[in-house]
Design a protein around this ligand. Structure first.
Ligand code: GLP
Length: 243
């Protein structure tokens, strides 16, 4: 899964060295980042003209907090490659005015020409970024109250559940849908229900990832367990055809 995803990202950069990438955190893309670092170190994949925008950040955590997504990205990816610090963008979880920070973030993405390739994970409740199930889609980068399920799921990265921030700032659904290409990764049995909703369910804000059914260029990379609830006719398509 990670090798296929890394191949797509590397291909994107070879074809367009000044690509704008949308990046995700969480355990799912970790191995993809590791693979990209290896490609950088071994055959010199060049990130010097690449720009990145991360999906989200916890509200209240500063960039030097080890639980922040700033820290995660730096530790797991940015410090190992030759990306320019001024080309790295992550929503500011310490911004006093989160609404203004959201508007600024979307404007910045537009000013860089929009996202060429957006990497996504998926939450157990089918969230993308931190767009939680809701009665409507939030379009732009905005403040989110995290679901109890998300807080519980993400508490594995904190020493206890009370330490998990209750709010986050996340790219909105429109921000994500404007990316020219989307690659969603999921692995493990605990993602199979969310994957089913994303691919086979109705398009509804109650399963935010389902909106991707309306995107013109989405690649979904799954392991067998995450694909377990999908109809056999989807899973049995040879991988080369899916890709
Ligand atoms: C987090 C992030 C998402 C991520 C998801 C899944 O809450 N905001 O962007 O896709 O959870 O995380 P994991 O890959 O650790 O399962």
């Amino acid at each position: 899964m990670s090798a296929e995803a890394a191949k797509i990202v590397a291909g994107q950069i070879y074809l367009k060295p000044d690509s704008v990438l949308g990046l995700a955190t969480g355990s799912t893309p970790l191995k993809m980042y590791e693979t990209l670092v290896a490609v950088h170190e071994t055959i010199g994949l060049d990130f010097s003209r690449v720009t990145t925008f991360n999906l989200d950040e916890y509200i209240g955590l500063s960039a030097d907090n080890p639980q922040s997504y700033h820290y995660f990205m730096h530790e797991n990816f940015f410090r190992h490659i030759n990306i320019k610090p001024e080309n790295i963008f992550i929503p500011d979880g310490t911004a006093e005015n989160v609404g203004a920070e959201g508007l600024k973030y979307d404007r910045l993405i537009r000013s860089k020409g929009g996202i060429d390739l957006q990497i996504l994970g998926i939450g157990q409740n089918a969230h993308i970024g931190f767009n939680e199930p809701d009665i409507k889609f939030e379009a732009t980068t905005h403040k989110v109250k995290l679901d109890d399920e998300t807080i519980k799921a993400n508490s594995r990265f904190f020493s206890n559940v009370d330490e998990v921030p209750k709010y986050a700032i996340s790219m909105g659904i429109k921000t994500i849908m404007l990316a020219r290409r989307v690659v969603l990764l999921a692995n493990g049995k605990n993602k199979s229900a969310a994957v089913y909703k994303a691919i086979c369910g109705s398009v509804t804000p109650e399963a935010p990832a389902s909106i991707l059914q309306l995107h013109q260029d989405v690649t979904i990379i799954l392991d067998r367990q995450a694909a377990a609830d999908l109809p056999k006719k989807i899973v049995d398509v040879p991988i080369t055809e899916i890709l």
